[in-house]
Design a protein. Structure first.
Length: 63
């Protein structure tokens, strides 16, 4: 497999990130079996819900 990354640099020319096209990422993820486990998905959902509740409470207090 040939990956053609694009690099992102800061103002000093230091590499700070890498971009690869989504098709190449999907191929890589499939090859490496990068599936998110169900327990991790549930934990993310729980944390998002907690964040939404806290955000809603902050907005209500600000009003």
């Amino acid at each position: 497999m040939s990956i053609n990354p694009q690099y992102t640099y800061d103002n000093l020319g230091n590499p700070i990130g890498v971009f690869i096209p989504i098709e190449e990422w999907n191929n890589l993820a499939e090859e490496l079996h990068l599936d998110i486990p169900e327990w991790q998905k549930k934990l993310i959902d729980l944390r998002l819900e907690e964040y939404r509740i806290e955000d809603s409470l902050r907005k209500n207090v600000a009003e």
